[in-house]
Design a protein around this ligand. Sequence first.
Ligand code: ACO
Length: 326
Amino acid sequence: MPATPSGAKGAVITGWGTALPNKILTNIDLESMMDTDHVWIRDRTGISQRHVGGTTAGLSAESGRAALQMAGVDPADVDALILATTTPDRTVPASSSTVQNLLGLSSCGAFDLNAACSGWVYALVNAHGLIAMGAQTVLVIGTDTLDRITDYTDRNTGILFGNGSGAAVVQACDGPGQMLGWDLDSLGEAESALFAEVGGFLQMEGKEVFRRAVRLMVDSATNAMASAGVAADDIALAVPHQANIRIISASLDRLGIPMERASIVLDRTGNTSSASVPLALAEALDQDRVTDGDLILFVGFGAGMSAASAVVRWSPHATTNSGDTT
Ligand code: ACO
């Protein structure tokens, strides 16, 4: 993948927000729904609970609204909405249309992007592309309502997934932007490892996904760091897709990034697919784990099998093109 061109219009993240449905499904709850137990799930995946319920559009509107408020952006000033989701509320139209209406984004383009669990990182890279082409403000949301395609009697899949949403406002800035390098991948030959037919439940070869996931994450992150011209030692915060704590640990170990530098939310959220990276980013930012100049590595993988990574140098106080200091 190419490095971010030096002449491209830069962009910065100026606000973020999250949404999780109120209803929580714990591992103990699952014990009465399938042949499993809390300790096995926690030890083999790192997950203790997940949120269920809500709609993709409703959760997206909640996280998107919070992100716009933090950024101080008038909804009328959003140029584009990208909603990363693998669980739209309806087949037609795209859920982004509903979200656009709910948020009052009166003059923007809106589209869904489906790259499974890599979706939000794909969307972030695409937002930077739109800004390089002249857009000023892009709202990037990642939302999934996986409870609608999860069979809660199947212990192979029913223990893993949950619902959630995370959003970021990305705005054009003067001078260099945050994104230093990126990588997008797809391994279509492995698509049978994880899929859901239209109207059906997720089917997964768990061991195959695990094996491929580690390799994909390592390769994609390595490519993004190379295109950014940075090394693993330089990464202050890793924000990996939250599928399984053992996948994250094995991947970061191979990359040479200590686990203490990772943001982990999957113990409380499960695998929320497109929402997992922005949820983990928001928690790290809210906990002040990131300071000016820090390098953040985003790395996602998912069905497809897709992978996406990006390296960002955090600079939340950059001046946006509107002249505001954020
Ligand atoms: N509860 C209790 N016991 C279980 C369960 C369960 N839910 N599932 C399997 N077991 C048992 C098995 O029967 C087996 O028992 P045995 O040794 O007596 O035969 C033992 O536990 C080990 O089973 P495995 O299938 O080998 O379990 P594994 O260690 O591979 O873990 C898991 C399964 C957690 C699914 C793992 O393979 C995994 O995380 N894979 C990746 C999944 C993933 O990340 N998916 C999302 C991709 S992202 C996206 O796009 C949505």
